[in-house]
Design a binder for this molecule. Structure first.
Ligand code: FCB
Length: 450
């Protein structure tokens, strides 16, 4: 399968600041909404938090050495806004910028391209206290933050990701209350989604100005929706699910505004759109980022207006309870090209959690993850063959890490973290991915010296 990929295809791995860095109270970092959420009883499994996580803040040289052994071309990480601006706006914390400066230099010194995400969910608590993403002022604050970061790193960073998964920020954080800040209001979710998208659009110009020659994009949580039957009701339900997860974000980013059917569905609530907002959100992208984990098989709900997600116990599921459905990634990629025609696509997240354990010999064998990655990469290869402009693939995740409300028990890494000692143990899938990358590059075998 590996030979389906062009030789300049980027092989990567992805992470996020709060999930790996730890050092939550060091070097002047301010409080984030995830620190607060974790400290709120009952919100995160076992009361866990990202206070220590993988201690990437101190151990990043060791982790970059692992990336080099893997043969990675690119590393996706996120920048913690509260390290840069502890109060969200105003005072810049030099030590926070210094950390990412060192990280970028160390990556480049190892031949690995940095792909930073500016916002992977760790809003400074001070901004939440002032109203958070449902307030337009938070979008303004994001642009100031983007400018501070890009003016420091913009000479070396050539790919910027503004936001990670606005759907999750809006709905898990503001309507369903299962992520920070834990709100439960549909209107807050709609306002938050609009301000996240707006802040993205505004930041595109700033990033291009402060980081000349760089490429700018966004990472969306995307799924492919299928009707459970050919019935009209199921087809409509699947279209609704597509509207909620995919079109609500893709349509405005690609200049079409919010989809009418969804606006009608939410009315009289809705996104607080002001004049010029839709033009700002539609700022041309250099690339679209797709995060894909599972498909959705959708049935109409005869008693309500929300679709039902169908599951068959005979299917294969990961430890998250997410269905393994590689064709969904192929179908998603083809659909993105057909309906939106982005200039380039990166798969910024794809991977699986399984209940990994260390064997008596100290090794971690994870054949299910290996199969998951193999099948999904085959699906990407088919999309490349079909002419979809996929430029890179980032496995989620390099390391086991803090899986948000699930805490540490959901392990997504291709490297196992022994949390009591923080030792890194490459899993079977790590070696498998290393060989896959080497083969895709046309190398006979992985470079023992690397
Ligand atoms: C995505 C998130 C990422 C990680 C994976 C499993 O939604 O972007 O941080 O939690 O899911």
């Amino acid at each position: 399968m590996a030979n389906h990929f062009p030789t300049d295809f980027l092989w990567g791995a992805a992470t996020a600041a709060y999930q790996i860095e730890g050092a939550a109270a060091e070097d002047g970092r301010g409080e984030s909404i995830w620190d607060r959420f974790c400290a709120t009883p009952g919100k995160v499994r076992n009361g866990e938090s990202g206070a220590v996580a993988c201690d990437f803040y101190h151990r990043y040289p060791e982790d970059i050495a692992l990336m080099r052994r893997l043969g990675l071309d690119a590393f996706r990480f996120s920048i913690a806004w509260p390290r840069i601006l502890p109060e969200g706006r105003g005072r810049v914390n030099a030590a926070g910028l210094d950390f990412y400066d060192r990280l970028v230099d160390e990556l480049l010194a190892n031949g690995i391209q940095p792909f930073p995400t500016l916002y992977h969910w760790d809003l400074p608590q001070a901004l939440e206290d002032a109203g958070g993403w449902p307030e337009r002022a938070t979008a303004e604050a994001f642009v100031e933050y983007a400018e501070v970061v890009a003016s420091r790193l913009g000479d070396r960073v050539k790919h910027w990701i503004t936001h990670n998964e606005p759907w999750v920020v809006a709905w898990l954080g503001h309507a369903l209350g299962v992520h920070a800040p834990g709100r439960t209001s549909t209107q807050d979710a709609l306002s938050a989604s609009h301000h996240v998208l707006l802040s993205h659009g505004w930041a595109v110009d700033v990033l291009r100005r402060e980081s000349p020659g760089s490429e700018v994009g966004i990472a969306l949580a995307l799924t492919h929706t299928y009707p459970a039957s050919e019935s009209e009701g199921d087809r409509q339900a699947a279209w609704w699910a597509d509207g909620s997860f995919n079109r609500w974000y893709l349509d405005p980013l690609f200049g079409r505004g919010y989809p009418d059917d969804m606006v009608e569905h939410f009315a009289p609530q809705g996104p607080p759109v002001e004049e010029g907002d839709l033009e700002a959100i539609a700022a041309p992208l250099d690339f679209l980022g797709a995060n894909y984990y599972f498909r959705q098989l959708v049935q109409e709900d005869p008693d309500g207006d929300r679709p039902i997600l169908v599951r068959d116990p005979d299917w294969s599921f990961t430890a998250m309870g997410w269905e393994v459905y590689p064709d969904g990634l192929h179908d998603l990629l083809v659909r993105l090209r057909t309906d939106y025609d982005p200039p380039a696509i990166y798969i910024f997240e794809n991977g699986a959690a399984y209940d990994d354990v260390r064997g008596h010999d100290g090794e971690v064998r994870d054949p299910e993850r290996q199969a998951y990655l193999d099948e999904h990469l085959a699906a990407v290869g088919r999309a490349v063959d079909d002419g979809v402009p996929v430029r890179g693939y980032f496995v989620w995740s390099l390391l086991d890490n803090f899986e948000w409300a699930e805490g540490y028990w959901k392990r997504f890494g291709i490297v196992y973290i022994d949390y009591p000692t923080l030792a890194r143990v490459p899993k079977g899938s790590f070696y498998w991915y290393r060989n896959f990358i080497a083969e895709a590059r046309g190398e006979q075998e992985w470079r023992a010296s690397a």
